[in-house]
Design a protein around this ligand. Structure first.
Ligand code: BTN
Length: 239
């Protein structure tokens, strides 16, 4: 496996996209610090120096572009297992891409794709984990947390990185070899969103209902009061 390590970088996702065409499947970029880390929806992602895991994995699977979202779910289940193994904390997936411990976010996933309508050139799965962050700015304090805050001890970032990558490799192979069903079942088991009343915003439209399922495409199924259902394929979901 190709593994690239940086002290400081603008964004591991941006760098991954730059080198993706010439890099093999599985190439991983890790940095101690990002100066312009990015979150979803064009948000900034603060990446505290040596206090987290900021990494991106370049993937070149032979799947349809529509299936790329499933890789976010592959990453999410890998993170839940890795956090359990390394920090002994129980975490949950807030659909589609947040990992939550004790009600607060410890980790986000930013999956970006390059390809045409019918063909993927590459996918970059970016993972940011707040590992040993001691404290957060006031405006983030009730939304964000770190593994060290929740576990009341420092967590070994090397062990956690290895565990994330091992689990990712395992579930990525499961997904490619056997399809999405196993991952889907784990996503449901680890979900914070299912069986809750949610508000989803997709393409500027609001959908309020109960999250009742994650379907075999990785979409969140929301049921309205009148019994009708809607598959949420992307966007923001608040619980
Ligand atoms: C989110 O929750 O909005 C997604 C956050 C993703 C952050 C990671 S850190 C490594 C990679 N590089 C980036 O610029 N972003 C992702």
């Amino acid at each position: 496996r190709n593994y690239l390590y940086f002290d400081t970088i603008s964004s591991t996702n941006d760098y991954a996209k730059e080198i993706a065409s010439d890099s093999p499947d599985g190439t991983t970029i890790v940095a101690e610090e990002q100066t312009s880390g990015r979150g979803r929806m064009g948000r900034l992602w603060v990446s505290y120096k040596k206090q987290g895991i900021w990494m991106s994995i370049i993937l070149k699977p032979d799947i349809a572009p529509n299936d790329a979202v499933k890789l976010t779910q592959v990453a999410a289940v890998s993170l839940v297992d890795a956090i359990k193994e390394t920090a002994n904390l129980t975490s949950y997936i807030k659909w589609p891409n947040d990992i939550i411990v004790n009600g607060k976010k410890v980790c986000g996933i930013l999956t970006e794709m390059n390809g045409e309508l019918d063909k993927i050139n590459f996918i970059v799965v970016g993972i940011g984990v707040n590992v040993n962050v001691d404290s957060f700015p006031v405006d983030l304090q009730d939304k964000a947390t770190s593994l060290s805050i929740e576990a009341s001890k420092k967590i070994d970032r090397k062990l956690l990185t290895a565990s994330i990558l091992n689990n990712f490799e395992k579930y990525y192979r499961t997904f490619l070899d056997e399809g999405f069903l196993n991952i889907r079942n784990l996503c449901k088991e680890y979900s914070l969103t299912l069986e809750k009343d949610v508000k989803a915003i997709m393409n500027n439209k609001e959908y309020v209902g109960r999250a009742i399922d994650i379907d075999n495409d990785g979409n969140l199924i929301v049921m309205f009061k009148n019994g009708e259902k809607k598959a949420i394929t992307s966007g923001e979901v608040s619980i």
